[in-house]
Write a protein that binds this ligand. Structure first.
Ligand SMILES: Cc1cc2nc3c(=O)[nH]c(=O)nc-3n(C[C@H](O)[C@H](O)[C@H](O)COP(=O)(O)O)c2cc1C
Length: 319
């Protein structure tokens, strides 16, 4: 039976278990210059040593004016490659594959008024950042297409009310992602994979399913289902109807639904803190990977603790 500690290979990338560190911006240990710091490398080392299967490095900005906060990692210039390669090397010392999330904060609701030239420029920034990420030695890229940032804004039928090549209907809203993926195809191979973090609710789960299927058809290797831009009429965060018997968060639920519609691996996330919940999701084939975020900040060795809990629950004696 598949367990939380079963390996999985994506192309040539061997992932030793189903536990993922999701991207987590660490503002307090990154300066305003956006360069990698020794403290940041120590954080990723702690996680790699702690037994996680796959690390996704935090949202790293592709344009100098696209940051979500001052203290965010950058990749808009070649001078960032050296520091980022130290992060990749450190994870590899522990045999942990490491991807990097590439990000642009975007324009919120104003996405509808941004000139197409500006979007073309940002697309070019993304493409250059992809090349740098590969040069830095990462095992892949995760496109940040969730959480109301640029690509989520474009994918959203709530905010993207444009009527040009970047909006108007589903395919035009997805055009930025399609161009980015198609025009960087030659970079990706069995040793360099493409991931995409998407909003499961963009704004409804039915939109998320459509986006996921489309991304699979474009050749994305792994999906990471998180949240998107909600419908304005929702007053509270819970927008997706979750069956009463589903014991975990609604964002995790969206991942489990989307997994049924695609044949590529799916990472689910949000408030997964206990080994027994993580194991339940994997053992029942509801997800391929679980991402553990905040719990990993307080305990980067979360997977080691989970392994002990798993062994006790299953009556496995450690040698
Ligand atoms: C401090 C912090 C930083 C985060 N940074 C990012 C990020 O860089 N990119 C991203 O897609 N999500 C980011 N998130 C969201 C997390 O990846 C994750 O989806 C969220 O924390 C829910 O998972 P958890 O309940 O296991 O923490 C961040 C969340 C926190 C708390």
């Amino acid at each position: 039976m598949t367990s939380l500690f079963s390996p999985l290979k994506i192309r040539n990338i061997e992932i030793k278990n189903r536990i993922v560190l999701p991207p987590l911006v660490r503002f307090s240990i990154v300066g305003t210059d956006g360069l990698v710091t020794d403290e940041l490398i120590k954080w990723y080392e702690d996680v790699a040593e702690g037994g996680t299967g796959l690390i996704i490095v935090e949202a790293t900005c592709v344009s100098s004016d696209g940051k979500l906060r001052e203290n965010q990692l950058g990749i808009w210039d070649d001078r960032y490659i050296e520091g980022l390669s130290r992060v990749a090397d450190k994870c590899h010392e522990y045999n942990v594959p490491v991807m990097i999330q590439l990000h642009h904060a975007g324009f919120k609701e104003k996405i509808k008024d941004v000139s197409s030239e500006t979007l073309e420029q940002i697309l070019a920034d993304f493409k250059r950042a992809f090349v740098r990420a590969k040069k830095a030695g990462f095992d892949g890229i995760e496109i940040h297409g969730a959480h109301t940032y640029l690509i989520s804004q474009l994918n959203s039928r709530v905010w993207n009310t444009r009527d040009d090549e970047f909006g108007g209907d589903f395919l035009r809203r997805m055009n930025f992602s399609r161009l980015l993926i198609e025009e960087t195809k030659e970079l990706f191979d069995d040793d360099f994979i493409l991931g995409y973090r998407m909003g499961g609710n963009e704004p409804e789960l039915s939109d998320g399913i459509k986006i996921a299927k489309y991304l699979e058809s474009l050749g994305v290797d792994i999906l990471h289902v998180s949240s998107g831009i909600p419908n304005p009429e929702y007053l509270k965060e819970e927008k997706v109807e979750v069956p009463e018997e589903f014991p975990l968060d609604w964002v995790v639920y969206m991942g489990t639904v989307i997994k049924k519609y695609v044949n590529i691996p799916v990472i689910g996330v949000r408030k997964i803190k206990k080994e027994k919940h993580a194991s339940w999701l994997i053992e029942n084939g509801l997800l391929d990977f679980v991402a553990v975020g905040r719990a990993m900040i307080s305990r980067p060795y979360w997977p080691k603790v989970a392994r002990k809990e798993y062994d006790i629950r299953n009556g496995i004696k450690n040698s």
